[in-house]
Design a protein around this ligand. Structure first.
Ligand code: URA
Length: 208
C-alpha cells in the first residue's frame, strides 16, 4: 500500500460524494501518476552511453519490448492518461470486463491486446479491487498470452479482494504485484467497497 500524505489527501477528496466528475477525473489521473512511481520500480532498463554538453556518461533507458499498460474498461480508462504521463513509450492494450451485479462474476466482453505478451511487463489499471474476481480473470487472461510479470494499480482495495488475488496466485509460477492507494474496511452486500467512493465508472463518466 502506498503511504503518502498527498495520496491520502487526494483520495479523501475523491471519496467525497460532493466531488463532481470533472474534479474526480483529474484526481484519478494525479493519483495514478503517484502510484505509478511505486508500481514501476522494477521496470526493466538497460545501460546506455550518452554525451552531455559537459562529458560522456553512462545512463539507463527503458528496455525493449516496451511495457504494456492494460486499463480494464470502463473505469480503468480514467487511469490511462495518468499512467501514460509517467511511461509514455508503453504500449496500451484494452481489456473490457464486466461483473454480473448479482453473482459478482467477472466476464470479458472486449479485448484489444498484443497476441503474445512473452517477456513484456504488464501494468493493469483498475480503480477498485472489490471481490477480486475481475483482477484474477484479467491476470489469468494475460498469463495465457505469455505475461510473466504483472503489476496491478488500484486506487482502493477491499481486504476480501486482496485475499482472493493472493489465494489465486499463491505459490504461482508467476507472482503478481498489487499497488494500491488505500486498503478499505470491507465489501458490503452489493459488492461495493466500504467506505469506498461508490461506482468508479459512474463517478468518472456519469450513470449510463
Ligand atoms: N466497483 C466500483 O466501482 N466500486 C466499488 O465499490 C466496487 C466495485
Amino acid at each position: 500500500m502506498a503511504n503518502h500524505p498527498l495520496i491520502t489527501h487526494k483520495l479523501t477528496v475523491l471519496r467525497d460524494k460532493e466531488t463532481n466528475s470533472q474534479v474526480f477525473r483529474h484526481l484519478v489521473e494525479e493519483l495514478v501518476t503517484l502510484l505509478a512511481y511505486e508500481a514501476t520500480r522494477e521496470v526493466k532498463i538497460h545501460p546506455v552511453e550518452i554525451v552531455t554538453p559537459v562529458a560522456p556518461t553512462q545512463g539507463a533507458m527503458l528496455s525493449l519490448p516496451r511495457p504494456v499498460v492494460v486499463p480494464i474498461l470502463r473505469a480503468g480508462l480514467g487511469m490511462l492518461e495518468g499512467m501514460m504521463r509517467v511511461i509514455p513509450s508503453a504500449d496500451v492494450g484494452f481489456l473490457g470486463m464486466v461483473r454480473d451485479e448479482k453473482t459478482l462474476q467477472a466476464s470479458t466482453y472486449a479485448n484489444r491486446l498484443p497476441d503474445d505478451l512473452t517477456g513484456r511487463q504488464c501494468y493493469v489499471l483498475d480503480p477498485m479491487l472489490a471481490t477480486g474476481g475481475t483482477l484474477v480473470a484479467a491476470f489469468n487472461y494475460l498469463i495465457d498470452k505469455g505475461a510473466k510479470d504483472i503489476t496491478a494499480i488500484c486506487l482502493l482495495s477491499a481486504p476480501e479482494g486482496v485475499a482472493t488475488v493472493e489465494r489465486a496466485f499463491k505459490g504461482s509460477e508467476f507472482p503478481v504485484t498489487l499497488v494500491t492507494g488505500a486498503m478499505d474496511e470491507k465489501l458490503n452486500e452489493h459488492g461495493y467497497i466500504v467506505p469506498g467512493l461508490g461506482d468508479a465508472g459512474d463517478r468518472l463518466y456519469g450513470v449510463v
